[in-house]
Write a protein that binds this ligand. Sequence first.
Ligand code: DAH
Length: 338
Amino acid sequence: MSLAPIHIAEIKSAALLAIEGAQDLDSLKNVKIAHVGDRSPIAKVNQMLSQIPIEERAALGKLIGSTRADINQAHDDRERKLKAERNSISLIKERVDVSISPRRISQGALHPLTQIRHEIEDLFTGIGYEVVEGPELESGWLNFDALNIPADHPARTMQDTFFIEPLHSDLVLRTQTSPVQIRTMLERKPPIFVICPGRTFRSDALDATHSPVFNQVEGLVVDKGITMADLKGTLSLFAERIFGENVKTRIRPSYFPFTEPSAEVDFFYNGRWIEWGGCGMVNPKVLRVCGIDPDTYSGFAFGMGLERTLMVRHGITDMHDIVEGDVRFSRGFGSGIR
Ligand code: DAH
């Protein structure tokens, strides 16, 4: 190795060439070891300085020093440039598109009929009632006879009722929730305060206002000194909680075999009277069948359709919307999309 200035210039141009030729940071690291580090040619000529005559040392030292500085500078510049390139490449490669739409998840919700049923249950349990249930496959005796619906009553003809074969089994799909009144009175002693929501069945065709499967809620109260005023007050509260504070109710004389007297209950809503359900004082005959003394106890009962209640409250005009289970219908009642 010589210390001739020409040689130093060669070292420099070889180093600069290698530095410029490094295409990435890894190869630049190797170039650094070969041309910049302690064992590089420029470092070696620097070490040789001590061996040369003192008069030449200063000028040569200066040349080597500035060459070294130039090589270092070239290396640092190249390194900065390669790092900047690497960063901008990873910015492009690792880009996350935060504007993309998230996956939409449907949030489930209860069917509107179930929602209104829960509202009614909450209202009545809040004033001390219990919620009771009975079977959908019911005995004819409980669905009719015990309720004072005699064998020749129109409700017992094949038109209304789904009878179960063999016919002598005396099983029907219950046509009303009223048999649960009988079950309750046979099982408990007064005071009785219950409501019974549930599915009921009649052989009607499905159309805008009818469904062969529908829901009712039955109410039954039996205690000492129960009067029609209690019935009227209970129905007013029921209507106010379901249709709004200012709704008015009225009862009109009617006939049901299991109540005496019997009435039809209407409520005034959006400027007109709307029929809501049946009600009355429990017929003493029915109390007696259930082993309750009508001279000591009296009671009232009522029964309404849940579909009708829901339809009036929400302006639903077609029963199909309620029974078909299309999620677009339920969505309007709180089943959303997140
Ligand atoms: N069960 C009757 C029906 O389905 C409705 C009804 C009327 C229920 C009068 C009652 C009542 O409890 O007292 O048409």
